[in-house]
Design a protein around this ligand. Structure first.
Ligand code: GLN
Length: 305
């Protein structure tokens, strides 16, 4: 497997020259666009990896499945589903062209910014700091990495420049979909996006989702199977934003991307995959990451279809 992953990165490395780093969050444009890493976690204890598999980056939207997970755990499927629907929008992750319609749950899903911001209100905790701390604890548990932490520089950068997200949060409030203070809700969302991790961490988190919520190495059931299924289904249809359909055809597995350049991919019953390459396509997905997944899917016959 290690040899296969090394060859894969060599074959796809030239794609890291394409696309652009996310610059709308200024701090994200400071990373090295040549970084490229992959990690695979299957049923075995040891991971297989190649390249910059242990380089840290911020998870950005890869945090969204875990915001959804904690909202499900804390508030249950019915409340989650009443607030945020599950239909793919076909629009960019930060779109706010709702102006001609009243914003409704049917217009949003948990994998776009509006949905994830709304779902922060269904996480339990006295303050939004408590809610975020519980989210970080959950991610530590799912990744098995107690040392996960926030990249404070990215958090500051997002807070200072996140006007679109601020607009989305106030729009949710204007339409009565959230009751809490919009700035506090955004604190939880921005901090979640700024959690720093590696492709190894993403592979391990994806593995738990791949094995119906159970860590196949320790045997521990970390996530309820029905929640793992809920998340994987939403990842399949909405995880790569308005590129989800093409990704389903070319790769065929549930996955989530983030503008930090990470992709977490779930191969049900087989493995979790973490990738990192920060140059993005116009939809905000890692270009080299997607190319590597396309090739890996063909070589290992990963598509669930
Ligand atoms: N923090 C980013 C934002 O809200 C996350 C978006 C993403 O990764 N697609 O804009």
């Amino acid at each position: 497997m290690k040899r296969l992953l090394e060859n894969l990165l060599n074959d796809c490395r030239h794609y890291t020259a394409d696309g652009r780093l996310a610059s709308y969050i200024p701090e994200l444009s400071k990373v090295d666009r040549n970084d490229f890493g992959i990690s695979v976690a299957n049923g075995a204890k040891e991971l297989s990896f190649a390249g910059d598999h242990d380089k840290k980056f911020t998870m950005q939207s890869v945090a969204k499945p875990f915001i959804l997970l904690l909202a499900l755990m804390d508030s249950g499927e019915e409340r989650v589903h009443d607030l945020v629907g599950v239909e793919s929008t076909g629009k960019p992750f930060d779109a706010f062209n709702y102006s001609d319609l009243a914003l409704k749950r049917d217009h949003i899903n948990p994998m776009i910014n509006t949905g994830a911001i709304a779902l922060c209100t269904l996480i339990k905790g006295e303050t939004y700091k408590d809610r975020f701390d519980r989210l970080l604890d959950l991610m530590k548990k799912v990744s098995g990495n107690e040392s996960l932490e926030v990249d404070e520089a990215v958090f500051r950068s997002e807070t200072e420049t996140g006007n679109k997200n601020r607009a989305l949060a106030y729009m949710l409030k204007a339409y009565g979909m959230i009751e809490d203070d919009a700035e506090e809700v955004l604190y939880c969302y921005f901090r979640a996006c700024s959690i720093r991790m590696t492709a190894d961490d993403l592979a391990k988190m994806a593995r738990v989702l791949a094995f119906r919520g159970k860590d196949p190495v320790s045997g521990e059931q970390i996530i309820r199977p029905e929640y793992a299924r809920y998340i994987n289904a939403v990842l399949m249809t909405c995880g790569m934003y308005d590129g989800s359909g093409e990704f389903a055809v070319k790769v065929g597995i549930p996955a989530k991307s983030g503008v930090g350049g990470g992709i977490m991919a779930v191969v049900p019953g087989r493995m979790g995959i973490g990738l990192y390459s920060p140059a993005l396509d116009s939809k905000g997905n890692s270009i080299a990451g997607i190319k590597a997944l396309e090739k890996l899917s063909r070589e290992l016959d990963l598509s669930i279809y």
